[in-house]
Design a protein around this ligand. Structure first.
Ligand code: SAM
Length: 336
């Protein structure tokens, strides 16, 4: 069976390319060899054309994947379409699944837990998620199955992230955004990361680029996890990360300027002007915007740039749904 042999340090990137061209074989498990990783593929010719070293090797199938592809395939005859729509939006963070269960079907929790365990047999905790609260954006969770903990190590984009859902914010759905930004950063850049949390953006950027990152975060528990996360990944990071514990609005004005400023802004906070002031070339500013107000948001950015005597080009990208007609967006702002 065909596989490609890649250096361990390139494995994440290679897997992404293979998935993008549709030839990664998710039904089989990759295998580590000393310095290399063997990634299963479906089309050796295509892989060769992409410049990969192709080998013929037996890689074992993932039995669970063959039988239970997803939650919907197990629950489709038992729940309504609307209920399934809700249930399928769960997240897996390390070995913890977090799921929202509407009150009407709370009494059927056991069936849902059983289905989740069939799809993800490695889970150790299943938690029901409540709402975000406070400035630190921590959610309420109640554990409905498994070990009584909300700590785990999550892997994404080639980094390990220690998470404690009871103490600090973490959103696995921003994985693609983190990768996107890491690709935009150039080696040698000075990057300011405001509202840095447990450092997922900083780690992914430093994993891929030799950037000098300054991260600012107010939640002491998030800062402690951030320091642990730097340690956890120290062998893999090309860049450096300095973490400052403090309020963005006190700390950042005292800092100099940066090539790039990233603001994963908490909901309801306005840090746009500060981000624009501190950036020399690029700002990536996240906010929550009603679809009818996206042009207004763009205009607000342009006018704040003008007030700071800066010209800019703005592109707004919808990142995820937040609630009906309201999106989490990222404004990619180039200062000219
Ligand atoms: C939406 S979360 C983003 C966290 C992180 N960047 C991530 O993507 O996981 C916002 C973060 O900002 C922190 N925060 C809120 N207000 C702050 C402030 N005034 N100064 C510094 N950090 C703040 C919260 O504790 C939280 O970790």
């Amino acid at each position: 069976m065909p596989a490609v042999r890649v250096k361990k340090s390139n494995a994440e990137e290679a897997k992404r390319i293979l998935k993008r061209v549709g030839i990664y074989d998710g039904k089989r498990r990759p295998r580590r060899e000393e310095e290399n990783v063997l990634l299963p593929i479906t089309d050796p010719e295509k892989a060769k054309n992409l410049g990969f070293e192709v080998v013929d090797i037996e890689l074992p199938f993932r039995p669970e994947r063959q039988i239970y592809k997803n939650l919907e395939s197990i629950l489709k005859d038992k729940f309504t379409k609307e209920e399934l729509n809700f249930l399928r939006r769960y997240d897996v963070i390390g070995d913890i699944a977090v799921i929202q269960i509407p009150p009407e079907i709370e009494h059927r929790e056991k069936e849902i837990v059983e289905a989740l365990l069939k799809v993800h047999p490695f889970l150790k905790v299943i938690a029901k998620k409540g709402f975000h609260r406070g400035a630190f954006r921590i959610r309420d969770y109640s554990i409905i199955w498994g070990e009584k903990r909300l700590t785990t190590v999550h892997k994404e984009n080639g980094v390990k992230i220690k998470v404690d859902l009871s103490r600090a914010f973490f959103n696995p759905r921003m994985k693609g955004e983190r990768y996107r930004l890491a690709q935009l950063v150039r080696d040698g850049e000075r990057v300011l990361l405001m509202f840095a949390g447990i450092l997922p953006y900083a780690l992914v950027i430093a994993r891929y680029k030799n950037a000098k990152i300054t991260a600012v975060e107010l939640n002491e528990d998030a800062v402690k996890l951030g320091i642990e996360n730097i340690q956890l990944n120290r062998d893999k990071l090309k860049g450096s990360i300095e973490i400052i514990k403090g309020n963005v609005f006190d700390v950042v004005p005292k800092l100099g300027t940066f090539d790039r400023v990233i603001s994963p802004t908490p909901k309801g906070v306005d840090a746009l002007r500060l981000a624009l002031e501190k950036a020399e070339k690029w700002v990536h500013y996240y906010d929550f915007v009603h679809e009818s107000k996206i042009e207004d948001f763009k205009e607000r950015i342009i006018s704040q740039c003008r007030e700071l005597r800066k010209e800019c080009k703005v592109k707004i990208k919808k990142v995820s749904d937040y609630k009906p007609h309201v999106f989490k967006v990222c404004a990619d702002i180039e200062l000219l």
